[in-house]
Ligand binder design. Structure first.
Ligand code: PEP
Ligand code: MN
Length: 351
């Protein structure tokens, strides 16, 4: 942390700032400049003191501004854990050489629909089955998901096909029952800053797929991850799914692909891309999947529906099974170029 004093700050004001820092047991470092003095802090600042201390210093007479030098998050940061985090869910490793594909319908609609989607994505090489049982819909009149019945279907179909599962939990009161049925808890874009939900999900110790809110900065996403990490979950998969930006004429959101290299630089956590919600248009999804693999994404979350035109939720962005299967072949070729792999069920060994 660095405190920049105003150019007209008096020696007494500078001394008061030094004393305030010393009062916290920290060592201030006075750096007189040509025009103004800056004050650094030579000792490590406890993470829970950073914000209150910065705010208190910023309010002191003679202070121009306070700048943070190190990142506001700790457990999510490479400053704290320098090596890539690789974690497993069942037999599937996230953050390793495999680019893990999680696919399935937006919403679980029926046993037949889920089974058809699951068989198609499994056959094409998806490792995980996605499907929403609790759906965050913009309109209260839209299909809200099958709830508990959907959770049971997801667990049953995935067990039959030996797939891991991911499904959204929308409310902290539902965390336990969703965790009892699913391998990965999805925290959706709308809930990225629902702190009681982040805490409850973190406390389960379950793997978490955390989506970036459409208006959230990457620091806000990492601080949301910090909530889960600091409560005991050490398996957090960050997910970029498109942000709000200038032009929504052609796509539902704008996919921020630079989030992949940036997040992987500042954080050790694996990074997923969800091109379905980012584009909102099925015919744009394959190009964005390819781009995500080229950018270094560790996982993809893709919506696939056996009959997209009949989907109760997000049909226009859902891939039909043959399109998904062709895409998976493209992704295998692309991943190999970058020294990575996408699971191929035609080859017997798993990555
Ligand atoms: C979803 O995955 O179906 C979903 C609702 O995602 P998001 O939170 O990104 O909108
Ligand atoms: Mn969806």
């Amino acid at each position: 942390m660095m405190v920049a004093m105003r150019s007209e700050a008096t020696p007494e004001q500078i001394e008061a700032v030094l004393a305030r820092i010393r009062a916290e047991g920290l060592t201030p470092l006075e750096l007189p400049g040509g025009e103004r003095t800056a004050i650094g802090i030579a000792s490590a600042i406890p993470v829970d003191l950073r914000e209150p201390l910065a705010q208190s210093l910023e309010a002191m007479a003679g202070v121009d501004h306070v700048a943070h030098i190190s990142r506001p998050y700790k457990l999510a940061s490479r400053e704290f854990i320098s090596a890539d985090t690789v974690f497993t869910v069942g037999e599937v490793a996230f953050g390793g050489p495999e680019v893990v594909v999680l696919a399935g319908p937006c919403a679980i609609e029926s046993e037949a629909q889920l089974r058809a989607a699951a068989m198609a994505v499994k056959q094409a090489g998806a490792r995980g089955l996605r499907g929403g049982a609790f759906k965050p819909r913009t309109s209260p009149y839209s299909f809200q998901g099958l709830g508990e019945e959907g959770l049971a279907l997801l667990a049953a179909v995935a067990a039959e096909l030996d797939m891991i599962t991911v499904t959204e939990v929308m409310d902290s009161h539902d965390v336990e029952r969703v965790a009892a049925h699913a391998d990965i808890l999805q925290i959706g874009a709308r809930n990225m800053q629902n702190y009681s939900l982040l805490i409850a999900a973190g406390e389960t110790g379950h793997p978490i797929l955390l989506k970036r809110g459409p208006g959230a900065s990457l620091d806000e996403l990492l601080l949301a991850a910090e909530y889960c990490l600091s409560r005991g979950s050490n398996r957090v998969l960050l997910c970029e799914r498109g942000v709000h930006a200038l032009d929504h004429t052609y796509t539902r959101n704008v996919l921020d692909l630079s989030a992949v290299p940036v997040l992987k630089e500042v954080s050790h956590l694996p990074v997923a891309i969800d091109p379905s919600h980012a584009t909102g248009v099925a015919r744009y999804v394959p190009a964005m999947c390819r781009a995500a693999v080229a950018a270094g994404a560790d996982a993809l979350l893709i919506e696939v529906h056996p009959e997209p035109s009949c989907a109760l939720c997000d049909g226009p962005q859902s891939l039909a099974p043959p399109v998904f299967a062709a895409l998976m072949d493209d992704l295998r070729a692309l991943a190999a170029l970058g020294g990575r792999c996408v699971y191929d069920p035609r080859k017997s060994e798993k990555p």
